[in-house]
Design a protein around this ligand. Structure first.
Ligand code: C2E
Ligand code: CA
Ligand code: CA
Ligand code: CA
Length: 287
């Protein structure tokens, strides 16, 4: 694999694959993107399955590259994590989402949009300034603590003492924590006891195919087994749930039958600009 040496020449480094080099190049561009306002935040509504009312949003970052066009987070978040740029990037998304959620609350009333979710990477949880950054974003925006949901994945949470302390501190501040992509990790169950989550987000992979009737009696239906187990566990532990990746009305119906009340997915609402969320909330106010 090639890598730029100290003097700027390209040398070959054992064990450093092409992805690392690609991450370093992308990292340089990302630094520039942060300075040049090329990053935007879009919002995907979270809806009540029963009546399709919006109860929250998840903030999702977008990169509008001047020559390459729109770049998806899956392509640059790993590079941002590897280079540490996820810290300023995450701070930008957090501040923007808090400011926007506070603006919605002022315009449509505090109950119009109870929750704003922001994704947080493991690297951010290791940053000693993270708790102070979150506190500052809340104070500067005026958003009440309980309106902010920080979404963390199981692998991020499993990073030891420091991360655990940070999560308990956020919980003590009244900020809500969601376990993202729930069910895809290796120790979901033990984590739920050890970690101050109040929300679990059922991963899309357990929603895929959930509507297919394979002729089994419901209780023996393997396609629904994980979704059913997760909702039972959530109820037993007093946690809220959100089903992710809901792509059809049939899936929404099965999830409702299983006891899920909240959903997120292309069938319910696509990620959209803040202006489009405002339009949705304005329409909802009339209902
Ligand atoms: P995630 O946190 O699981 O976010 C949900 C992803 O699923 C989003 O992709 C969303 O657009 C997509 N999605 C929503 N509904 C559907 C559906 O019905 N079908 C399908 N196929 N996909 C759906 P997106 O925006 O491309 O983000 C991908 C991942 O990048 C996110 O997954 C999250 O892990 C990460 N990410 C996005 N924004 C941020 C950020 O600001 N900070 C950090 N640390 N990570 C972020
Ligand atoms: Ca998420
Ligand atoms: Ca997720
Ligand atoms: Ca995911």
């Amino acid at each position: 694999a090639k890598q730029r040496g100290k003097a700027g020449f390209v040398r070959y480094v054992d064990g450093l694959g092409e992805p690392v080099l690609a991450h370093m190049q992308l990292g340089g561009e990302l630094r520039r993107a942060l300075d040049n306002d090329e990053l935007q935040v879009v919002y995907q509504p979270i809806l009540r399955l029963e009546d399709q009312r919006v109860t929250g949003v998840e903030a999702l970052v977008r990169w509008q590259h001047p020559t390459r066009g729109a770049i998806r987070p899956a392509e640059f978040i790993p590079a941002a994590e590897q280079t540490g740029l996820i810290v300023p990037l995450g701070r930008f998304v957090l501040r923007e989402a808090c400011r926007q959620a506070a603006a919605w609350s002022a315009e449509f009333g505090p109950d119009a949009l109870p929750e704003a979710g922001v994704n947080v990477s493991a690297r951010q949880l290791h940053d000693p300034d993270f708790v102070a950054d979150v506190a500052a974003a809340l104070a500067d925006s005026g958003l009440p603590c309980e309106r902010l949901v920080l979404e963390v994945t199981e692998s991020a949470v499993l990073r030891g003492q420091q991360v655990s302390r940070t999560l308990f501190e956020l919980d003590r501040m009244g900020i809500r924590l969601a376990l993202d992509d729930f069910g895809t990790g290796e120790s979901s169950l033990s984590l739920l006891r050890a970690f101050p989550a109040t929300i679990v987000k059922l991963d899309k992979s357990f929603v895929d195919g959930i509507e297919i009737d394979d002729g089994q009696p419901a209780a023996a239906d393997a396609r629904r087994a994980v979704a059913r187990a997760v909702i039972q566990l959530a109820h037993a532990l007093g946690l809220a749930t959100v089903a992710e990746g809901v792509e059809s009305p049939e899936q929404a119906a099965v999830l409702r039958e299983l006891g899920y009340t909240l959903g997120q997915g292309y069938h319910l609402a696509q990620p959209m600009t803040a202006e489009d969320v405002s339009r949705l909330l304005a329409r909802q106010r009339l209902d």
